[in-house]
Design a protein around this ligand. Structure first.
Ligand code: PRT
Ligand code: ZN
Length: 287
């Protein structure tokens, strides 16, 4: 039987490249992405990796040149291609926001009526303005949107923001969030059955990596008289593992905790008398 590879499109170089490649590698897939390579074939998983500009990824996937892709939701929304979103990937987080010069006395979105707004996301912006019953002139530019007001090209901008420092240094003030975005795994429609099986294997691994990244493995020693209270602080996957220590009166407790509650739980554990707390990263977590 002629064995087919699943084809994935990832950003060649940019903000999503490192995390996209890192995710595939953490999924146990080895490949070479040496300089200038456009296609790479994985050594230990039936996957071919295409390195492309992010803007082209939705089209490549919709047209079936690639079967799946990793792209920002902002690019996907602007491309308006008929593809399926399979997984949110938790990196490349940002927001598409409207911003105005600090001197603009902005009260509400109605203040943008009749104004010129510069953006690289004309479709998403146009939908947003329409939903809000605002009629503005959209000026599509492909880069350095943030300088448009200072050179007299626009009264406002609609651009991606993560820390907000680019807006700040250009004397702009964020006034509306148009959409929030993160990297997602997309899939073409009508994927052949054999490729679907490979995709499901990949999605299974991605979920295990994502779950692992959201959790930490914790080990600690607890005085037996405090064991109950300490266990109550630790949910674990089912419940914590408890083993007696060689020293009487003490137990070793192992559990998994969510990254978001991490510091608070560790503090409470210490207050309850836990000692020798070790926290380890998890590579994969399969529930
Ligand atoms: O060459 P190619 O077309 O592939 O790449 P690109 O230059 O179009 O995109 P790239 O690499 O800049 O971004 C790829 C994706 O990363 C975007 O589509 C988003 O999904 C995501 N992302 C996350 C961001 C940001 N954060 C981000 N901060 N993309 C761009 N920015 C820019 C923004 O445009 C602005 O210029 O960073 C600046 C703002 O950052 P702060 O931190 O100053 O607010
Ligand atoms: Zn791009």
């Amino acid at each position: 039987m002629n064995k087919q590879n699943l084809k994935i499109a990832v950003q060649k170089s940019g903000r999503l490249s490192e995390d996209s490649i890192g995710l595939l590698r953490t999924c146990g897939i080895s490949f070479n992405n040496g300089s200038g390579k456009l296609i790479s074939v994985a050594q230990d998983f039936p996957l071919e990796i295409f390195f492309l500009r992010d803007d082209d990824i939705p089209e490549y996937v919709a047209d079936g040149v690639a079967d799946i892709g990793i792209v920002g939701e902002n690019v996907l929304a602007e491309a308006e291609r008929d593809v399926i979103t399979r997984e949110r990937l938790g990196f490349g987080k940002c927001r598409l926001a409207l911003a105005v010069p600090k001197s603009f006395s902005y009260q509400s979105i109605e203040n943008l009526n009749g104004k010129r707004v510069a953006t690289s996301y004309p479709k998403v912006l146009s939908n947003f303005l329409e939903t809000n019953n605002v009629t503005a002139e959209i000026h599509t530019i492909s880069g350095s949107v943030e300088i448009a007001p200072s050179i007299g090209l626009a009264d406002a901008v609609c651009d991606l923001v993560s820390s907000g420092s680019t807006l700040f240094t250009n004397n702009l003030r964020e006034v509306e969030i148009v959409m929030t975005s993160e990297a997602v795994l997309i899939q073409r429609k009508n994927l052949a059955a054999d490729l679907h099986i490979i995709l499901e294997k990949l999605v299974f691994r991605i979920r295990a990596v994502k779950a692992a990244r959201q959790n930490k493995y914790i080990l600690l020693n607890a005085p037996n008289e405090k064991l109950k209270e300490i266990i109550n602080l630790l949910p674990g996957i089912k419940s914590p593992t408890v083993m007696p220590l060689a020293e009487t009166g003490w137990s070793s407790v192992h559990s998994v905790i969510n990254e978001n509650d991490f510091w608070e739980i560790v503090e409470s554990l210490k207050n309850k008398g836990a000692e020798g707390i070790l926290v380890l990263s998890i590579d994969q977590m399969i529930s």
